[in-house]
Design a binder for this molecule. Structure first.
Ligand SMILES: [Zn+2]
Length: 94
């Protein structure tokens, strides 16, 4: 499931990266994703591509989030590349 902040940001916990990814939806500046409005079984379009640098090199996380499941594409650098898993429950660490 998702966490919402502000008006147009959504966050999900990525089980491949063990970190939070965020997307913007709706109208406004920058890249925007389509969202089905469901925090329990979200669908985002198009795919979510996250690139970042970690201590041991560049990482890529590329996924389709569809109906509450994450389909990781083969270009992911993490262990879940090519697999489809349930979106984990949001753990509020506050
Ligand atoms: Zn990820």
């Amino acid at each position: 499931m998702l966490a919402k902040s502000e008006e147009d940001m959504l966050f999900f916990e990525c089980p491949g990266c063990d970190m939070i990814h965020g997307i913007s939806h709706g109208s406004g500046e920058g890249p925007r994703w389509g969202w089905n409005g469901d925090v329990e079984k979200p669908t985002f379009t198009p795919s979510v591509l996250v690139r970042y640098r970690w201590s041991d090199g560049d990482r890529v996380c590329h996924s389709f989030v569809t109906h509450g499941r994450i389909q990781f594409l083969g270009d992911c650098t993490h262990k879940l590349a090519g697999q489809t898993v349930e979106l984990p429950d949001w753990e509020d660490e506050a």
